[in-house]
Design a protein around this ligand. Structure first.
Ligand SMILES: [Zn+2]
Length: 381
């Protein structure tokens, strides 16, 4: 093991947190966790470690030694750290204004990268996992050639994070669509199987795992609470669905599962609300889920849909790029917007100049908020 490669430096006294660097280390570990989950089965960290993982381990060791803490000795230990040490652990000391304090990078039950991990890993100059999803969709759009073909393909991906052989005989199956999107799918990885069976969350449709690593015996006594799913926030009223022939199934790449398929229900709800209110909207390229609204007033108004657990990182993402419209309504699920401090964290992270231009809303409040926005714009004009 090369975990001890980092040299001992001048150390503050034991119990003292090292100054700075903790947030940056947390982000580096998030990128490492996200990348490792893509390349291997997570249960076998064989030596030599991938270069980026060794670097993250070395940096963690250096950080621990500077703080007078016992460092992790191996990648499995570091992975376990990421499962048990939250953002507000004194070694990271990530400000609560940036990331929810109890956030861990590896899920305690799923033992997989958390959604927050992927959001943290998307916060940086290269745009990380979310940028990967945008790039894949950009390539698909170019391959499709027409807007209508792309719309059909995108909708298929969003609705089918997992595809089974038998789906191909269903009434909604399109051979033409599948031929364009199939390269975005891969075989189900072994680490997502439980005793050779794949579990799918009945709510979000994403992979699930059981706490005890056993295939659940379905029925009224099944304890649905003992499951993790990639959506993390789903109600646990029903146990997961079982797919017993996993070798006949394909799974969408994780970046698209998290940043396209997961927000899709919110996107459909928002579009339904616009449709019922008779508000035209046209899909925009670039962001993962964005629409330009027609006839909303003197200014250009967009909606963008997100399902992000970390409101400050969402606000930072929207701040970092050039504004696309005069006003943008940022639509998130009702359950998130209603969470304590979510709206405040979003707004507080925005620079003052953008606070009037980016407004957080939900599918339920979208149309009333639009009506109010239009009234205000007319008042300004
Ligand atoms: Zn779920």
């Amino acid at each position: 093991m090369r975990a001890g490669a980092a040299r001992r430096t001048d150390r503050p006294g034991r119990g003292e947190a090292p100054e700075g660097g903790g947030s940056e280390l947390f982000r580096e570990l998030a990128c490492m966790v996200a990348a490792l989950a893509e390349i291997q089965g997570l249960r076998s960290f064989a030596l030599p470690y991938p270069r980026f993982a060794q670097q993250a381990l070395d940096r963690t060791v250096g950080h621990c030694l500077a703080a007078g803490e016992t460092p992790p000795r191996s990648l499995p230990e570091l992975w376990e750290w990421c499962r048990t040490r939250p953002a507000d652990d004194r070694l990271f000391a990530v400000p609560a204004a940036l990331i929810t304090p109890d956030t861990t990078l590896v899920h305690p039950i799923g033992r997989m990268p958390t959604r927050s991990c992927l959001e943290v890993a998307s916060h940086g100059s290269d745009g990380g996992v979310a940028a990967h999803a945008r790039a894949l969709l950009g390539d698909l759009e170019a391959r499709c050639g027409t807007a209508e073909r792309y719309r059909q393909c995108r909708k298929f991906l969003a609705r089918h994070p997992v595809v089974h052989q038998q789906d191909r005989f269903g009434p909604s199956w399109s051979k033409a669509v599948w031929s364009r999107v199939k390269e975005l799918y891969g075989p189900l990885p072994e680490f997502l199987l439980v005793d050779g069976v794949f579990l799918r969350c009945p709510s979000c449709g994403l992979p699930a795992l059981s706490r005890d690593g056993k295939v659940p015996v379905l029925g009224p006594s099944a304890a649905a609470a003992d499951f993790w799913c990639e959506g993390e926030e789903c109600p646990r009223d029903d146990p997961p669905e079982l797919i017993r022939e996993p070798e006949q199934a394909w799974i969408l790449q994780r970046s698209l599962r998290t940043f396209l398929a997961l927000p899709h229900r919110t996107e459909e709800a928002a579009r339904d609300a616009l449709h019922h209110a008779g508000i035209d909207h046209e899909a925009l390229s670039g962001p993962l889920s964005a629409y330009r609204l027609g006839d909303t007033g003197p200014g250009v108004v967009d909606i963008e849909v997100y399902d992000r657990l970390q409101p400050s990182l969402l606000a930072a993402h929207l701040t970092d790029r050039a504004p696309l419209a005069d006003r943008t309504l940022v639509v998130v699920p009702v359950t998130l917007a209603g969470r304590d401090g979510y709206r405040e964290a979003f707004t507080d992270t925005l620079p003052a100049l953008l606070r009037n231009r980016l407004m957080l809303t939900t599918p339920v409040d979208l149309v009333p908020d639009l009506v109010r926005t239009r009234r205000e714009e007319k008042g300004d004009a």
